[in-house]
Design a protein around this ligand. Structure first.
Ligand SMILES: [Zn+2]
Ligand SMILES: [Zn+2]
Length: 349
């Protein structure tokens, strides 16, 4: 099989060829049809995340190379291990990538995406910048039916991240309005999920008037520009005492800290964004307000199945996707670094 692999951290990917694996046990060999290019691929390519304040979080080392990126994979089953159950050769599936060790307590509770010994496809084990992907178990494949393969691939990252985060607000939603901060790719997806799942419109906030205008065109009534002076005070006033829940896809001290001041009693802030900074909340406020601040990272296998089902129901508006051949992987990563990519790019190995 041919792959575009990282052979030196931060250097252009190189085409490598190795023997196509034969699946063993419950493993499944997928012939890749689509693999989304995600912004986080840039960090894996560099080998680290910049976590602010001049600190780096190392995620790849030279010893782990060559490594094949790509965690947003859709393809057809080419071969099955002898114990692989419930999938058919030739059919199309989305590959749930956030796989854990499978045996620890966290994995057993259905939260493999939080396992501390991950086997995540395209971040821990070789991914979809390749004509084939070896999936550790058939249970991670989701039948996509008639759903567009490129779209199904993208849902495995931004889709389940958005879905899992917004659903964390459900326990507090009866207590007042809810709000989405940050309408980038994932935030916009969350808005789509909210429109598909709930009768009540969310309040939205961003620094880009064009995005706010777009949200209004979808039916949102209250859209706020965060660069306006005193905007959080205004939100509190215009919501008659604040909001019950917030999902924050920015995740900076300029969004999380003022959010605490506009959340009602018993409310919740779900933090997804990774922009950085420090939490500066007076600790007694946590108790007085019975406040919950919860982090959210990608989503579970169950979330992934539910997102695909929601998309199949036709309630999720498709996102804009451009397809490029696998050999363009370096070009795509380079354009993404320069911020030249709008919407999603999907490689078609
Ligand atoms: Zn991703
Ligand atoms: Zn585990």
């Amino acid at each position: 099989m041919k792959s575009q692999a990282i052979t030196a951290l931060g250097k252009p990917l190189e085409e490598i060829e190795k023997e196509t694996p034969t699946p063993r046990g419950a493993e499944v060999l997928i012939r890749t049809r689509h693999c989304g290019v995600c912004h986080s691929d840039l960090h894996l390519h560099d080998g680290y995340f910049d976590v602010g304040g001049g600190n780096k979080l190392q995620v790849k080392t030279d010893e782990s190379l060559p490594f094949v990126l790509g965690h947003e994979v859709e393809g057809t089953v080419e071969a099955l291990g002898p114990d692989a159950k419930g999938v058919e050769v030739g059919k199309s599936y989305a590959v749930y990538p956030w796989i854990g060790c499978g045996v620890c307590g966290i994995c057993e509770s259905g939260r493999e995406h939080l396992c501390t010994r991950p086997r995540a496809i395209g971040t821990s084990i070789d991914g979809g910048y390749s004509d084939h992907v070896l999936v550790p178990d058939a249970k991670y494949l989701i039948d996509i039916g008639d759903l567009d393969g490129a779209l199904a691939a993208c849902y495995m990252c931004s889709g389940i991240t958005a879905y899992s985060a917004i659903r964390k607000l459900e326990p507090v939603m009866s207590g007042g309005p809810y709000m989405i901060i940050g309408l980038g790719g994932v935030g916009m997806m969350a808005l789509q999920v909210a429109l598909a799942l709930y009768d009540e419109m969310p309040i939205v906030a961003d620094i880009d008037d064009k995005k706010l205008e777009y949200a209004r065109s979808l039916g949102v009534k209250q859209a706020y520009n965060l660069s306006e002076e005193g905007v959080f005070k205004r939100i509190k006033k215009e919501t008659d005492g604040g909001v019950a829940g917030i999902v924050d896809f920015v995740g900076s001290e300029k969004t999380v800290n003022p959010s605490v001041s506009i959340v009602r009693q018993g409310g919740k802030i779900v933090v997804v964004g990774l922009l950085g900074g420090a939490l500066a909340t007076p600790i007694p406020m946590m108790a007085f307000k019975a406040l919950t601040i919860e982090g959210s990272y990608v989503g579970s296998l169950q979330d992934a199945r539910e997102v695909i089902a929601l998309a199949q129901s036709g309630k999720l508006k498709p996102i804009q996707i451009a397809e490029r051949p696998l050999s363009d992987a370096n070009d795509v990563l380079e354009s993404m670094r320069k911020g030249e990519i709008l919407g999603r790019v999907v490689l078609t190995p």
